[in-house]
Design a protein around this ligand. Structure first.
Ligand code: SF4
Length: 317
């Protein structure tokens, strides 16, 4: 039987959510229909906070695996579901625990700060985790003469060095989506719409960051479009965020930055887009796939995440 056309997924998801006391946390890079059925939509930092402070029995994570793992680490007593276990992350996969451990050994005496976009074994090796929303504040919370090792994103790492002037060695990893944004594409869009402001994520390469009017995390970009008085923006991050930007700013225009290869559509995160409404329905119904983490690993990975949460809970963050 073709169930696709016989089930009203949205009604069923809402019914099962209520019945099972479940919440759906969705990242800004999910498709608009998923963002609209979620109980909470946010970036990695906001979703971590939400995962740590809700009364649900089940968290369904509409995002990628490292995010669902972070939710499980922060809510170990809850069942955490990820509708597709293949929803990985090219940035996390650019940094294996084995290679990162060697990198730490080669650079002794440094505080290890890693981006939340890492696999759990890399979190275990870290002193503090950060997200793109709080990376600068986390680094600046450390004593000025502290030597730091940062991974895995080289673009975010270099952005932090430029902003803080700190002594930081950076792991050479990258997100395939944010490195795909085309500088030529931005310049062409700017010629067509000179009034549009260029807003980009710090995971973008330096030439793209250099032409930006504003650089910030996904949540910061959204906030910027709400406070700023321009009418149009050229958006250099995963275009899923444009759904929220349009909802929050109905009169404004948002233009996604195209990829370098105009035929590939690779300015979208293919991992994020593995999650669909149908998979969410089945996952909630059957309560699989579930995130399972060995207790010892979970406890070790929890410490650097809690340190981040404590620092970023301070006023102004
Ligand atoms: S957009 Fe990049 S960093 Fe974010 S989940 Fe996708 S591959 Fe990972």
């Amino acid at each position: 039987m073709d169930t696709k056309h016989t089930i009203d997924y949205v009604s069923e998801i809402n019914r099962i959510k209520k019945e099972k006391n479940a919440v759906i946390l969705a990242h800004y890079y999910q498709t608009g229909d998923i963002q609209d059925i979620a109980d909470f939509v946010g970036d990695s930092l906001a979703l971590s906070r939400k995962a740590a402070s809700n009364n649900a029995d089940i968290i369904l994570f509409a995002g990628v695996r490292f995010m669902a793992e972070t939710a499980k680490i922060l809510s170990p007593g809850k069942k955490v579901l990820l509708p597709d276990m293949n929803a990985g992350c090219s940035l996390a996969d650019s940094c294996s625990a084995e290679d990162f451990s060697r990198f730490i050994e080669e650079n002794p005496g440094r505080t290890v700060v890693t981006y939340v976009n890492t696999n759990i074994e890399v979190k275990v090796l870290s002193d503090i985790i950060c997200t793109s929303s709080n990376a600068i504040q986390i680094i600046e919370s450390l004593p000025a003469d502290e030597k730091i090792l940062f991974g895995p994103d080289r673009n975010l790492g270099n952005y932090i060095i430029n902003k803080t002037g700190r002594d930081i060695v950076v792991w050479n990893g990258a997100c395939h989506v944010h490195e795909e944004f085309s500088l030529e594409g931005i310049l062409k869009l700017k010629q067509e719409s000179p009034e549009a402001k260029v807003i980009v994520h710090p995971e973008c390469e330096l030439p793209v960051r250099m032409v930006a009017d504003y650089i910030g995390s996904t949540a910061a970009l959204l906030k910027f479009t709400q406070k700023d008085n321009s009418d149009s923006y050229i958006v250099g991050t995963e275009p899923g965020i444009i759904h929220q930007m349009k909802k929050e700013n109905p009169g404004k225009k948002f233009i996604p930055v195209p990829p370098k290869d105009s035929t590939c559509g690779c300015n979208e995160c293919s991992f994020m887009k593995l999650i669909t409404i149908e998979k969410i329905y089945k996952c909630l119904r059957d309560e699989i796939p579930e995130i399972m983490i060995d207790y010892d690993i979970l406890e070790k990975a929890r410490k650097p995440i809690i340190r981040m949460m404590e620092i970023s809970a301070k006023p102004g963050l």
